[in-house]
Design a binder for this molecule. Sequence first.
Ligand SMILES: [Zn+2]
Length: 334
Amino acid sequence: MELKAYPGNGRGQHKTVGVILSEHIYAGLIVGHALEGELLCSTQHESDPDQHVGDDGSSMVELPTDGVVEAICALVVRAAKGHERSLNAVGVAIPGLVRQGVVEEAPNLPQLKGARIQELLTNTLASHGITAPVRVVNDADAMAAGLASMHGKLDSFIRVWTIGTGIGYGMHPFTEGVWEGGHSVVSLDDKENYCGCGGRGHLEGIMGHRAMRLRFLDMEPEEVFEAANRRKNPDPRCLEFKHLWHKALAAATATSIHFRGAGRFFLTGYNIRFLDLNLLKDYLQQMIKMSPLQSYMLEVVDDDQTTRVIGAAVAAEQPTVHEVYSRRPVLSAA
Ligand SMILES: [Zn+2]
């Protein structure tokens, strides 16, 4: 069975506002899966330059939920200017576990936990004259949708590891459920307890930026990898950690492959600079021995905000699994 020509598959000219919420908010008008005009950021306020939101890098965390909603809507209004009535959707990507419009968990923006974010955004945008449907998605899924769109892979199943402060695991096409791949258990060592969620043996507890700083209290992650990669006298503790870091990613990837099959994995995020792709491939070869599962592909790509904003828009255009099954005419036998 194949998904046929639902709106937003690259052939139509869908007009959507994509938004991503991280340390700052970024938004853009996406037409036909490309950015139209400039990428807007919450740090540059149009009418009141003194009223910056989140430009000290931390105030997004300090803002109450209503403030975050206001800040998102203000940027959507700017991005949608002149297109308010012709918008097909507004897609908002949030770092956290979002289900049916409710933020169930958001470790990096804890104030959002429990917020009925989709409803809040819909109501606030309506008061600004924007009535297009709002869709809230996980930011790792938005990254996956953005990369699928930019690499011409909207018709395939792709997975993305985002290696940054935390470890994001995104999938395209969007699938209802919980996919906290960053918290995959990759170690049975009792001492592996650096994950921000508190769980033991997690991938993020090894690879996450925050976790690395906790593990090496006297060294920054950059220094750890530099000491591990020294030609002369690499630091044994750092070298051992470099191997653990790659083994952990290989383990989580292998688990994903054993559950869902081989396929394409994109690797991105600001700490992708620490990745030694050959070392990762070596470990994967040791972990995946069933030949039908060995046709996986790994691709390192730049982490950029435009891809995420496009992804948030693309994800908002896609029908959810429920919608697909209730709209049978869009499905046809391949
Ligand atoms: Zn965890």
